[in-house]
Write a protein that binds this ligand. Structure first.
Ligand code: IPM
Ligand code: MG
Length: 408
């Protein structure tokens, strides 16, 4: 959270979305504040699309909604929530993982807060009928190409890390993951037969210059607002797409002489993350490496249940979601940790709506709740109070009410 409280990405609308080949040097890059909120002298109002999804999704979203409502009301902001179906829940009700109605509502809102999608029930579905396909369609539909995944080890939770205390203590890094390109979306892809008549499956890792340039700029801007160190992770010793990635990142680096850029192969980066994670500040990488490394980075902090994420595009609403999955094994048992979703709501306020003060009130409330010793099972250690999803949510609400951000 140190990462998420200390960083802001500014609200400059970029030109490259409409002119992807444009190579002109530009400042940044992703928008922050929604323009469609209605403001009156007394009250601001925002439309938020809620996508509870599957598994523990509905439980954690319901807690985050209460937190948003209370924090907003204290700061004079009203949220109008529009709840829509997504993932397995949408498959069961409508036959598709991302109904048109859901995407339309998401596009028309000021920001989108997602719980989690997926579950055993739909695991064997054909690809176009998997909950995960709905999530990829949502990211593509909202054109949210920049995925920010902070991973900070909180002093309160350092003992929850599986790494030695001296290795984990003080880790505060940000993974900037490219989210709408690479092997997740590249063509050709599919199943087929090779020249020996054997069945094959294949995908394509492909990046165009504009896709690398725009995520690189986000990453340089992010690094600049943090410690000024950026590590670009690739597999340029083997893959052409990675060689090109490195070439473009180096070209964009010329716009940011104040940021110290390094490059690392992904296998080494995976190793270095557990050997000495404090060497990293901001990491930028492609879609698939970012998927893997952000899960690894999250475990340094002790629990994936603590980590939020923001997915942003050049314009339009951002998508905010905890990075944990739907955890079907504990769904419906009031055991889930809602803090990552609450912190995702704080990222929504900060990066999506530019409402920094409410965001900080929420972040402070989460820290205060931890300071008061409340823990869900995933972050529990002896001497603390083990509580469920609802109860920790109630405690966060108490802290939202009593803790005021010192400055903003
Ligand atoms: C994530 C998830 C998704 C991804 C899945 C659910 C499609 O693992 O957000 O990291 O691979 O991007
Ligand atoms: Mg993942």
């Amino acid at each position: 959270m140190a990462a998420s409280t200390s960083m802001q990405v500014m609200s400059v609308k970029p030109p490259f979305q409409s002119q992807p080949q444009n190579n002109i040097k530009k400042p940044v890059i992703i928008r922050c504040c929604s323009s469609s909120s209605s403001t009156t002298a007394a009250k601001k109002s925002y439309n938020i699309t809620l996508l509870p999804g599957d598994g523990i999704g509905p439980e954690v979203i319901s807690v985050a909604k209460n937190v948003l409502n209370l924090a907003g009301s204290i700061e004079g902001i009203e949220f109008k929530f529009n709840e829509k179906l997504m993932g397995g829940a949408a498959l069961d009700a409508t036959g598709v993982p991302l109904p048109e109605e859901t995407l339309t509502a998401a596009k028309q809102s000021d920001a989108v807060l997602l719980g989690a999608i997926g579950g055993y029930k739909w695991d064997k579905n054909e690809k176009h009928l998997k909950p995960e396909t709905g999530l990829l369609q949502l990211r593509e539909g909202l054109e949210v190409f920049a995925n920010l995944r902070p991973a900070s080890v909180l002093p309160q939770l350092v003992d929850a890390s599986t790494l030695k205390k001296e290795v984990a203590e003080g880790v505060d890094l940000m993974v900037v993951r490219e989210l709408t390109g690479g092997i997740y979306f590249g063509k050709p892809r599919g199943f087929g037969t090779n020249e020996n008549g054997e069945e094959i499956g294949f995908n394509t890792e492909v990046y165009a210059a504009y896709e690398i340039d725009r995520i690189a700029r986000i990453a340089f801007e992010t690094a600049r607002k943090r410690s000024g160190k950026l590590c670009s992770v690739d597999k340029a010793n083997v893959l052409e797409a990675s060689m090109f990635w490195r070439k473009r990142v180096m070209a964009i680096a010329e716009e940011y002489p104040d940021v110290e850029l390094s490059h690392m192969y992904v296998d080494n980066a995976a190793m270095q993350l557990v050997r000495n994670p404090k060497q990293f500040d901001t990491i930028v990488t492609n879609n698939i490496f970012g998927d893997i490394l952000s899960d690894e980075a999250s475990m340094i902090t002790g629990s994936i249940g603590m980590l939020p994420s923001a997915s942003l595009g050049a314009s339009g609403p951002g998508l905010f979601e905890p990075i944990h999955g739907s955890a079907p094994d504990i769904a419906g048992q009031d055991k889930a940790n809602p803090l990552a979703t609450i912190l995702s709501a704080a990222m929504l306020l900060k990066y999506g709506l530019g409402e920094v003060k409410v965001a900080e009130r929420i972040e402070l409330a989460v820290l205060d709740t931890l300071n008061r010793g409340f823990r869900t099972g995933d972050i529990y250690s002896a001497g603390n109070k083990l509580v469920g999803c609802k109860e920790i949510g109630e405690e966060v609400l108490k802290s939202v009410d009593t803790k005021t951000p010192a400055s903003v």
